[in-house]
Design a protein around this ligand. Structure first.
Ligand SMILES: [Zn+2]
Length: 306
């Protein structure tokens, strides 16, 4: 499996789509954890962290986040409470955390939740950190999240990519009508990642992978399609967010779905800027696409994940 691709002090806990992966970088100088999962699954995060594969009872020196989304920061408060460790965040996200900005952090604004926490340190782009006895360069990776960082180890050519690059795609990006900078930034970030010539990518979701060129090719293809079609971008965003909410709340009443699309800020904004249809029609469009893709299904009067 992927363990033999990585130096022994790099431990990856592959999670799912509700919780981002955790990367534990172990060292006698103090263990460092990158990303903490979604708040609903914080108990599982703590259990994994405490396990024999994890800290096995040893202290945690620091928690670091790649970016400010709920599936990466949701366990921050619980981890800091348990281990009493400082939390270090990308410089570009610090203000959103301090102000607990629901829109920038895609919390209430996107129908998501997280426990509030206190930022102890900020990591500027260009900073170099030694975690797990390895050098990790913090590189700006705006696009999916405009304040995101990725962490690059030049010695082993390992990239901790967060949601900037997955094996099959990347995290949702807002259409130009909602953020004119997002798609161009995504392209610049893919270019920067391509120039690294990474050997292994540890993504925020899915297993670590080595076929980086193929992943970049898929990412560029998706991006090119997005750049020419805002409706396609908006459909992708709405589908990703509705799938995520279903993973969180487990089931949603079909009769309440139009109100959900009318009430949750990001759907309202996507609709006003791109779809321009009654909320019930937007709900039917998004649900229909997810059903045809086999991602969700109806169960009586409810929507559930397939
Ligand atoms: Zn994200």
């Amino acid at each position: 499996m992927f363990a033999n691709l990585l130096p022994p002090q790099v431990h990856v806990f592959v999670r799912d789509w509700l919780s981002a992966n955790h990367v534990l970088l172990k060292s006698r100088d103090g263990h460092v954890l990158i990303d903490s999962g979604y708040v609903r699954h914080a108990p599982l995060t703590l259990a994994l962290l405490d396990s024999a594969r994890g800290l096995a009872g040893e202290p945690l020196a620091k928690l670091v986040n790649t970016h400010g989304h709920s599936d990466h920061i949701g366990g921050n408060a619980a981890v800091a409470r348990k281990y009493g460790c400082p939390i270090a965040v990308p410089q570009g996200e610090a203000r959103a955390f301090d102000e607990w900005d629901q829109r920038v952090l895609l919390l209430d604004y996107a129908g998501q939740r997280a426990d509030r926490f206190t930022v102890d340190e900020v990591i500027p782009p260009g900073a170099s950190n030694v975690w797990g006895d390895l050098e990790w360069q913090a590189l700006a990776a705006p696009g999916h999240d405009m304040g995101a960082l990725v962490f690059w180890n030049p010695e082993h050519r390992i990239l901790i990519s967060g949601d900037a690059l997955w094996q099959h795609g990347f995290g949702l990006v807002l259409p130009r009508e909602l953020d004119p900078a997002a798609l161009p930034a995504t392209r610049a970030t893919l270019d920067a990642i391509a120039a690294l010539d990474a050997r292994v990518v540890i993504p925020g979701h899915g297993e670590p992978f080595t076929d980086v060129a193929a992943a970049l090719e898929r990412a560029y293809a998706r991006l090119a399609a997005f750049e020419t079609d805002s409706v396609r971008v908006a459909r992708y965003v709405a589908k990703a967010l509705l799938s995520f909410t279903l993973l969180d709340v487990r089931r949603m009443s079909l009769t309440e779905l139009p109100a959900h699309f009318a009430d949750v800020g990001i759907y309202r904004d996507l609709n006003a800027a791109v779809f321009r249809m009654p909320p019930a029609d937007m709900a039917a469009l998004i649900v229909g696409e997810l059903e045809r893709a086999g991602a969700i299904r109806r169960d009586g009067g409810f929507l559930v994940t397939a």
